[in-house]
Design a protein around this ligand. Structure first.
Ligand code: AMP
Length: 218
């Protein structure tokens, strides 16, 4: 295998349903990256009986973003724990311009370079995928309903598969609205810094993964 010389700290951007989580898992297995998933974190915080738990629950239920302070603090804390030789992958972060600037400053402070992968997908295809997926309640892996042969068990860890409660059509509509108004500007932000690598997300999972490997290697 060709050696990958570039720094592999990676940011994954794209609409809900673009396959960011799935591609993150593939890259983690291949390169042993540390995952920082603000979606997984938000769902965990939403179970807390605390003021921030309440805020997270309300945000998730309305398809809105969790307040930045909660997310930024988590990202900073996690990043401080990672040894410099270990590289990281961000899934779901940054989601708006203040978060993008926060990440840029944090990475500068920590002397870490990073690349931004933007998985492009039409809203129509993204919504179709969200309505036909299930997620493992334990390891968070995502599966397409059509690949499961009516089984409700995670092929990897055998735990129960569930539908994400925010994959229902009403919350999906709101998540998209939030994506278009708050996350889309992040794409331009990194584009103007020549840091953006575009990936065609309309392809199969393995083709997207291959494309990513080629592009992060260039
Ligand atoms: P995801 O699993 O990435 O689709 O995220 C699910 C939900 O978690 C989002 O709809 C938000 O409510 C929340 N969330 C995830 N990442 C962020 C973030 N970077 N900033 C604010 N809220 C987030």
């Amino acid at each position: 295998m060709k050696t990958i010389k570039k720094k592999l700290n990676i940011v994954l951007l794209g609409p809900p349903g673009a396959g960011k989580g799935t591609q993150a898992q593939i890259l983690i297995e291949k390169f042993k990256l540390k995952l920082i998933s603000t979606g997984d974190f938000s769902r965990k915080v939403a179970q807390e009986k605390s003021p921030r738990g309440k805020l997270a629950r309300e945000s998730l239920a309305s398809g809105k973003l969790v307040p930045n302070k909660i997310i930024d603090d988590y990202v900073e804390e996690e990043m401080k724990k990672v040894p410099l030789k270990k590289e990281v992958i961000f899934d779901g972060f940054p989601r708006d311009l203040p978060q993008a600037k926060f990440l840029e400053n944090l990475m500068k402070k920590l002397k870490r370079e990073f690349q931004v992968l933007y998985i492009e997908l039409t809203p129509k295809e993204a919504i179709r995928r969200l309505s036909s997926r299930k997620i493992c309640s334990k390891c968070n892996l995502v599966f397409k309903l059509e690949d499961l042969n009516n089984k409700n068990q995670c092929p990897k860890c055998k735990s129960e598969l569930t539908k994400r409660f925010d994959d229902n059509s009403e919350i999906v509509r709101k998540r998209f609205k939030e994506y278009l108004s708050r996350t889309k500007p992040v794409i331009n932000f990194f584009k103007t810094r020549s840091q953006l690598i575009k990936i065609n997300g309309e392809q199969s999972i393995s083709c997207v993964a291959k494309d990513i490997l080629i592009k992060i290697n260039n």
